[in-house]
Design a protein around this ligand. Structure first.
Ligand SMILES: Nc1nc2c(c(=O)[nH]1)N[C@H]1C(S)=C(S)[C@@H](COP(=O)(O)O)O[C@H]1N2
Ligand SMILES: [Mo]
Length: 216
């Protein structure tokens, strides 16, 4: 127990020294679960994923089709607005940038924002440029295993930062929607669940953009 605490403290000091821990965050070696409402039950037989809004062709992929899309692995540090960060998390899934590059998604020139649509009407919004970054992934697997129900099975959005901070921008982890069912491309921004609830629209952990100040 004590050894585990000392190990965590040492790992936290190391992460801070390496400039991998944003202000006001502490390191966790667990994987906390955070969401609003109940964990939805997945039914892969009826599951589908919709790409809609300002795209040339709206598409709907079923689970088999989704799993035939090109796949990518990404190693990232994730930062939750409730002040935990976790380093070196390994995700596997589908990169939106790859889907665009390979012609699976063709968004219209007016598209500037993307809303992630999840089960039970949870949404979260980001600029299109953010979902096109290599540090944003539609993830089916964490650490080599399919996501657990608590963490978003069968599919979730993930955003984090790289160890060398080479990403263009990042956001707190709530900008990754669990139980993800679709992406909507929009010309105007549309605040999601937590964003409407007073959380910061851009949510950059390095600038500590936790709350919008409108309600807090
Ligand atoms: N569908 C859905 N996705 C969600 C949430 C939620 O309430 N519903 N909460 C977000 C928040 S606030 C965080 S911090 C992360 C937590 O992911 P984790 O439970 O895998 O750690 O999921 C995000 N994605
Ligand atoms: Mo969160």
């Amino acid at each position: 127990m004590l050894k585990r605490i000392l190990n965590r403290r040492q790992a936290e000091a190391d992460a801070r020294d390496m400039n991998r821990l944003p202000p006001g965050q502490s390191l966790t070696q667990k994987f906390p679960v955070l969401h609003f409402g109940a964990v939805p039950k997945a039914n892969l037989a009826t599951w589908n994923f919709r790409v809609f809004g300002l795209v040339e062709n709206e598409v709907t992929w079923n689970w088999d089709e989704f799993n035939k899309l090109p796949r990518t692995k990404v190693l990232m540090d994730i930062h939750c607005v409730t002040r935990w960060s976790k380093v070196d998390t390994l995700w596997e899934g589908v990169s939106v940038a790859t889907l665009v590059k390979e012609g699976f998604i063709k968004f219209k020139p007016e598209a500037q924002f993307v809303v992630q649509h999840c089960e039970n009407n949870y949404t979260t919004n980001t600029p299109l440029s953010v979902v096109m970054q290599p540090n944003f992934l539609l993830a089916t697997h964490y650490d080599g295993q399919p996501l657990t129900p608590d963490h978003g099975y069968p599919l979730r959005g993930v955003i984090g930062s790289f160890a060398d901070r080479s990403e263009e921008s990042t956001a707190y982890f709530w900008k990754g929607g669990k139980w993800l069912r679709g992406l909507e491309f929009l010309a105007e921004d549309k605040p999601g669940f937590w964003e409407k609830g007073g959380y910061h629209n851009e949510a950059d952990p390095w600038k500590e953009e936790r709350f919008s100040g409108r309600f807090w």
